[in-house]
Design a protein around this ligand. Structure first.
Ligand code: CAA
Length: 260
């Protein structure tokens, strides 16, 4: 597949999508997000892929939706096209069932922060800066910023960031619970790959069920979430990987998962 605004590669069971519009700080144009959707569709259908990394460059994960595109929009066009979800990548990421890591360096703003938060976990380089600066443009977050940020870091901090447009650095983002861990910039890709390899080395049915169950925590009351989790847990006993994982433990060897 030839892309114009992203690059993709696979390394064993790990796939990587690199946002590649450096001249625009990786601004998420409709065309770029279409390509993200196409790449996710391919990786989702590929049994050889167990985890995906989405990343940018050292200066920018992504500086938000493309403001030059948006400047031409009026309300009718935005509403009738369902902007920004007219680009397939947003829904594709929301629906994607395998684990996705955002490896973030540089600015991660507006739609960029929303894209990172739509991933399952964020690993940040020490130069990463996060924010929802839409308010400074006379608009507001529109791809999950007000919803996912408040769930990640709580109301007070989410309100402050969305209402002021202030950026927070990687250390503050880690303390607030937005990112899983911070690593020096020059080790970001290696640490993200290492984490993705660990995840992709586990049983795919297990990691998919864990992702679905953790996400269910945001969708349901605790009692329903606990039942949902228990039913999935019980379902793992129907997999070949449960038998293999437990046999390997008893036999003191590494499991050889077949992802079935
Ligand atoms: N859209 C389009 N182009 C962008 C962009 C964006 N979001 N962010 C940066 N660029 C472009 C700049 O226009 C500039 O292009 P030119 O060289 O052609 O002028 C180039 O990228 C480099 O940017 P700067 O010269 O501004 O670089 P800087 O280092 O001085 O500043 C920055 C970097 C702080 C990220 C600054 O560019 C900035 O504030 N960008 C906008 C951030 C923003 O407001 N994001 C929210 C967008 S709205 C949104 O995302 C809506 C939603 O929820 C879906």
């Amino acid at each position: 597949m030839i892309y114009e605004h992203i690059r993709t590669e696979t390394d064993g069971r790990v796939a990587r999508i690199t946002l590649d519009r450096p001249e625009a700080m990786n601004a998420l144009s409709v065309a770029l997000m279409e390509e993200v959707g196409q790449a996710l569709a391919l990786f989702g259908a590929d049994d050889g892929v167990g985890a995906v990394i989405i990343t940018g460059n050292e200066k920018a994960f992504a500086a938000g939706a493309d403001i030059k595109d948006m400047a031409r929009l009026d309300y009718t066009a935005a509403m009738t096209r369902d902007f920004p979800f007219n680009a397939g990548g947003w829904e594709a990421l929301n629906r994607f069932r395998k684990p996705v890591i955002a490896a973030v360096s540089g600015v991660c703003l507006g739609g960029g922060c929303e894209l990172a938060m739509a991933c399952d976990l964020i690993i940040a380089a020490d130069n990463a800066r996060f924010g929802q600066p839409e308010v400074k443009l006379g608009i507001m977050p529109g791809a999950g910023g007000t919803q996912r940020l408040v769930r990640a870091i709580g109301k007070a901090k989410a309100m402050e960031l969305c209402l002021t447009g202030r950026m927070m650095d990687a250390g503050e983002a880690e303390r607030a619970g937005l990112v899983a861990f911070v690593t020096p910039l020059d080790s970001l890709q290696e640490r993200a790959l290492e984490t993705a390899r660990t995840i992709a080395g586990h049983s795919l049915p297990s990691t998919m069920m864990i992702k679905e169950s953790v996400n269910q925590a945001f969708e349901s009351p605790l009692s329903s979430g606990l039942v949902f989790e228990r039913r999935l847990f019980q379902g793992t006993f129907a997999t070949a990987d449960q038998a293999e994982g437990m046999a390997a433990f008893v036999e003191k060897r590494r499991p050889d998962f077949s992802h079935r």
